[in-house]
Design a protein around this ligand. Structure first.
Ligand code: ADP
Length: 319
């Protein structure tokens, strides 16, 4: 997690790349071909899967041949207490999660140079990769994806966890094309009656206006509802609603709730109506997760019985 001059803990920008000072993940050396845990298990490193602001991810195979994703974090990048606390918090929160639409946490171990977080492998990439190759996603598919995402977020919020970094690049496909929410690097557990957090964090395009308000306003569960609205807009219209080259312009647009819908799009009015509800400036005016699923866009439109890997290549012919 890199600190920008504005002191925002900003996760890896997606779709539009902004210049960053230094990626902590660049400190991560390629792990050895075999990583041995303290209790003697051996994991064989496989191909590189991707990197975020903080970690690099590799395939790893256990002795029985089962394949996992290993998120590797260089110890050199976790020298200060704050970063250490954050990583431990990510591990603690992720470890306690068990839901079909959340990336499964398998194990955690270390060697001299890296900390390894072993996760369920999601070989079909993320929703962001799907959008990149497709440009737009059809309404029935978005309905299907949103239902799974909302199921996972309902589970998180029920356990008082706010994810705070929901974005297309953090929602992965498993081999069966079910969605799995990952990356708990910015997640936080709320302790009632103190249901607010004050740290400015997130990914520029997805940050809710109340997060930008910082100490004055505080933020809570509704930031995840906002991010669901950004994801829905991005899937249907091909880019996030507040997109701009300059991050400060993105923030200004978010604060003024300045977004438009392309006039040449065939997206339904019901979808537009739901997005407008999700992107309400006032967090209290946003719908609850149950309200979202009750919206006419969900209850009246076609809903695919399942999604196949064909969706990765193009709009399936029956949609
Ligand atoms: P960071 O905390 O540094 O942002 P991420 O959790 O986003 O790291 O992971 C970095 C990259 O690794 C992702 O963008 C993705 O390409 C890949 N990745 C992460 N988790 C998995 C997984 N479970 N299966 C496959 N690839 C993954």
């Amino acid at each position: 997690i890199i600190h920008t001059p504005a002191k925002a803990a900003v996760s890896k920008p997606e779709i539009h790349h902004h210049r960053r000072k230094q990626k902590l993940s660049s400190l991560c050396k390629t792990p050895p071909s075999v990583v041995r845990t303290r209790n003697g298990r051996g994991y064989h490193r496989g191909m590189f899967l991707g990197e975020g602001g903080f970690a690099r991810c590799f395939q790893m195979k256990d002795e029985s041949g089962k394949i996992y994703a290993a998120k590797t974090v260089a110890k050199a990048s976790i020298k200060n207490e704050k970063t250490k606390t954050k990583l431990l918090s990510e591990i603690k929160i992720h470890k306690s999660m068990s839901h079909p639409n959340i990336v499964k946490f398998v194990d955690c171990f270390e060697d001299d140079v890296n900390v390894y977080i072993l996760l369920e492998i999601c070989p079909n990439h993320s929703l962001m990769d799907l959008l990149k190759s497709r440009k737009f996603v059809s309404e029935p598919e978005v309905r299907f994806f949103m239902t799974q995402i909302i199921g996972a977020v309902r589970y998180l919020h029920g356990r008082m966890v706010v994810h705070r970094d929901l974005k297309l690049g953090n929602v992965f496909f498993d081999p069966e094309m079910n969605l799995k929410i990952g990356d708990f690097g910015l997640a936080t557990v709320l302790n009632p009656p103190y249901n607010k957090r004050y740290t400015i964090c997130g990914t520029p395009n997805y940050i809710a206006p109340e997060v930008l308000g910082g100490k004055k306003t505080g933020h809570s569960y509704e930031v995840d509802i906002w991010a669901i609205g950004i994801m829905m807009y991005a899937m249907l219209f091909g880019k996030p609603p507040f997109q701009a080259k300059d991050v400060q312009v993105i923030y200004e647009r978010i604060k003024r709730n300045e977004y438009r819908f392309p006039s040449d799009s065939s997206v339904s009015e019901q979808a537009v109506d739901l997005i407008n509800m999700l992107l309400k400036h006032n967090p209290k005016s946003r719908p609850s997760l149950d309200d979202i699923l009750q919206h006419p866009w969900f209850t009246s439109g076609p809903f695919p019985s399942r999604i196949t890997t064909d969706s990765l290549k193009g709009t399936p012919s029956n949609f």
